[in-house]
Design a protein around this ligand. Structure first.
Ligand code: UTP
Length: 294
């Protein structure tokens, strides 16, 4: 089995109910943060982490994602004849750099089920999973950080963040012991158990699993063995719990800031902060915000 991670799976077949009605006829992954669709941030992170092969798991009503990463001859022609070189480069940039394949998840039967749909395209090699609505700003891309840990332990690595008290109940929490790594005593953890959406009093830690994973192909066997869990969905966490019986799994408390753009408040926070960071918009937008009587 090759050790190098060459492929990243982007599950994007969820129904996006928290963003209705905006997501009735367009995918949540295409909602823009400033002027770029959410999914493109994730694809750029994969690319900056050294992964060019992108596998997107799509569902009904998601064709805008395919169009987005496709060539648009009409648009490119128009921009070319109008001499809009900057816009042309923006439009062409990403699709020229990636190799993208699609696989369908006919029904939204859960994140585990979505990952399982990518089995044939992934094959017998380790791979990354990116949930694009977790937007991460980091000096070293979050996925690159996970890949570096994976290259040492050659085992699955899950990204975790510290949650404030009470907030852990919306996430999967890890029960884990720290492992000394690269001079740091509390970034890498070896996982003992995973608990999905624990009550705050029953949470084994305040470390929550978020949407970046490096997985090994054994996860597909686990996902094929387990039964649907909460909400009748095939849960990735349940697959990982089964895998944990036979293989070590690690967690990495990565360096960076994460925004939950799958949630309305998180989406707004990301929009404001990404706009403030922009060279072309940051100045005037900051002035505007200062003028608001809050
Ligand atoms: P979410 O839990 O955010 O669900 O899925 P959702 O359907 O996208 O959004 P809400 O909660 O209804 O508003 C986490 C990730 O897993 C993918 C989603 O597209 C998202 O990237 N997913 C989820 C699938 O691809 N298939 C599924 O069956 C479920």
């Amino acid at each position: 089995m090759p050790d190098r991670v060459r492929k990243a799976v982007f599950p994007a077949a969820g129904l996006g109910t928290r963003f209705l009605p905006a997501t009735k006829a367009q995918p949540k992954e295409m909602l823009p943060i400033v002027d770029k669709p959410i999914i493109q941030y994730g694809v750029e992170e994969a690319l900056q982490s050294g992964i060019q092969n992108i596998i997107i798991v799509t569902g009904r009503g998601k064709s805008a994602i395919e169009d987005h990463f496709d060539v648009s001859f009409e648009l490119e022609n128009l921009l070319e004849t109008r001499g809009k070189k900057d816009l042309l480069a923006i439009v062409r940039g990403i699709s020229d750099m990636i190799n993208v394949s699609y696989v369908r998840q006919k029904e939204a039967l859960g994140l585990g089920h979505a990952v399982l749909r990518a089995m044939e395209l992934v094959g017998e090699e380790p791979f990354a999973v990116v949930l694009a609505d977790d937007l991460i700003v980091a000096e070293t891309p979050c996925l690159r950080q996970l890949l570096d840990v994976h290259s040492v332990f050659l085992a699955p690595v899950l990204a975790v963040i510290e949650m404030p008290p009470g907030a852990i109940s919306s996430y999967g929490a890890i029960d884990a012991e720290p492992v000394h790594h690269n001079g740091s005593p509390d970034r890498v953890y070896r996982i003992r158990d995973l608990v999905e959406k624990p009550k705050p009093s029953e949470a084994p830690s305040n470390l929550a699993i978020i949407g970046r994973y490096v997985l090994t192909p054994e996860i597909f066997d686990s996902l094929q063995t387990i039964d649907p869990g909460s909400g009748g969905e095939l849960q990735l966490t349940d697959g990982l719990r089964l895998l944990l019986r036979t293989r070590p799994i690690y967690a990495y408390r990565f360096e960076g800031t994460r925004y939950d753009a799958g949630d309305k408040l998180g989406f707004l926070k990301a929009t404001v902060e990404f706009a403030l960071r922009r060279h072309d918009l940051g100045g005037p937008f900051r002035e505007y915000l200062k003028g608001l009587k809050l």
